[in-house]
Design a protein around this ligand. Structure first.
Ligand SMILES: Cc1cc2nc3c(=O)[nH]c(=O)nc-3n(C[C@H](O)[C@H](O)[C@H](O)COP(=O)(O)O)c2cc1C
Ligand SMILES: [Fe+2]
Ligand SMILES: [Fe+2]
Length: 407
């Protein structure tokens, strides 16, 4: 039977291409790190020409869902000819070993970087076909072209373009968190929600490799892409160019005119100081201000918002001579991201061991291209009137700079 009647069936993406991906609502942390308030999908696709190719698989736990979708679509006896492995992270490669047992003649299409990983993860060495950048595979009725896109997200990551259907299987690029709850296309779902989750995925998982994302976007620039079919989240068929341009902006570190204020505070004193700077920015006309309590809001949402906006004000109390642990954690994540073109304000609070400001300044230096704004603020225990005045000065200075960059 042809699919499309329920989320348990294959759903046609475009002529000869079917979504056979799965919804994962059971995993609470992606990569055992990132919260999934509305789950995540692993998108696999079947391309049906004279030969049949499966593009990527799903996390091992969901193998039965994948296979039952394929069998309901193709019938029990029809085998798959090729498996294209765009990426070896186990959220996509986890079903390879057993699929190869189910379909012993399956040929695995991958690149030179993938081969050793197939062996090390799954002891798969038979029936592996290595392709080079730009090489094509004719399925009969569909021609697949392979673009190597190393480090978007791992060294072996590649994208597969169906020249016939003008559909790009982009793997992690352009993908995001969130299950597909009935709708699977950008014109069927609330994209304002998914775009936030695509940015959270990009900033936390791929963002460090922004230069390689830029290289991938240039490599694809001459290609006529009508459908972007990523390996997580909705399929972009109504505005494929929109998601590519968002990725282009994010990976060029182009920011929006707004600021994030993050505080680490046990008893509320540091928080009050931080909020004073947020209030000052609002009075100066900055509309986009997000205040995060580093203890309550997961770091992935904080990083997502920091990626989006040009300004960051970081406020930390002192904890056993160190910055407050969630702020330390955030700073370590941010240092790893190699972010550019951003403005930073810092505030510290201590009671008996000075030194917090120096630690925040070190972060400003180590994280590379953040511009540190004046005044830097340090208070003792609780904010006094003159401390609030300085917090307001910092907020105003940030607002001034944000307005300049907004043109
Ligand atoms: C468990 C704990 C450890 C602390 N360690 C330090 C410290 O090493 N050095 C210091 O100057 N203050 C330390 N403090 C004091 C805090 O920095 C001080 O209470 C500050 O006012 C907290 O600001 P808050 O109200 O924003 O939490 C500590 C406080 C607590 C509760
Ligand atoms: Fe990945
Ligand atoms: Fe992935």
């Amino acid at each position: 039977m042809k699919g499309g009647f329920s989320m348990n069936d294959a759903i046609e993406v475009t002529k000869g291409i079917y979504w056979v991906g799965v919804n994962d609502k059971e995993t609470d942390l992606f990569e055992a790190l990132w919260p999934l308030p509305r789950g995540v999908t692993y998108n696999s696709y079947l391309v049906i020409g004279e030969k049949i190719a499966l593009i990527d698989t799903v996390k091992a736990f969901y193998l039965t869902d994948l296979v039952s979708k394929i069998r309901r679509l193709l019938g029990e006896d029809r085998s798959i000819d090729y498996l294209v492995v765009n990426h070896m992270e186990p959220d996509h490669s986890g079903s390879i070993k057993i699929l190869k047992k189910l379909y012993p003649d399956l040929k695995i299409i991958c690149n030179a970087q993938t081969v050793k990983m197939l062996e090390n993860f799954y002891a798969v060495t038979e029936g592996v076909i290595q392709i080079k950048d730009g090489e094509e595979l004719d399925l009969g009725g569909h021609v697949l072209k392979f673009f190597l896109t190393p480090m978007v997200h791992w060294p072996e990551t590649m994208m597969t373009y169906d020249k016939t259907a003008k559909t790009l299987f982009s793997c992690d690029a352009f993908g995001g968190f969130g299950c597909l709850e009935g709708g699977i296309f950008d014109d069927e779902v609330d994209m304002s929600y998914y775009e936030g989750e695509i940015l959270r995925y990009f900033s936390n998982i791929v963002g460090r490799y922004s230069d390689q994302v830029q290289a991938a976007i240039s490599k694809l620039s001459g290609t006529d892409i009508r459908v972007v079919a990523p390996s997580h989240g909705p399929i972009h068929r109504s505005k494929p160019e929109h998601i590519i341009s968002l990725y282009d902006r994010w990976s060029r570190h182009e920011t929006e005119c707004g600021a994030v204020v993050v505080y680490g505070s046990m008893y509320g004193n540091t928080a009050k100081l931080a909020q004073a700077s947020a209030r000052a920015m609002a009075k100066e006309g900055i509309e986009h201000i997000v205040v995060h309590d580093a203890s309550r809001d997961h770091v992935s949402f904080i990083i997502r918002d920091i990626w989006r906006y040009k300004g960051l004000i970081l406020a930390s109390c002192t904890y056993n001579t160190m910055p407050f642990p969630p702020i330390e954690d955030l700073m370590a994540h941010l240092e790893n991201k190699k972010m550019r073109n951003r403005l930073l304000g810092i505030m510290g609070n201590y009671t008996w061991s000075p030194g917090i400001l120096k630690k925040l300044e070190d972060f400003a230096k180590n994280s590379g291209k953040w511009e540190l704004l004046d005044p830097e603020i340090v208070i003792q225990s609780s904010p006094k009137d003159e401390d609030y005045v300085r917090a307001e000065e910092l907020g105003k200075a940030m607002a001034r700079r944000l307005k300049e960059c907004a043109g």
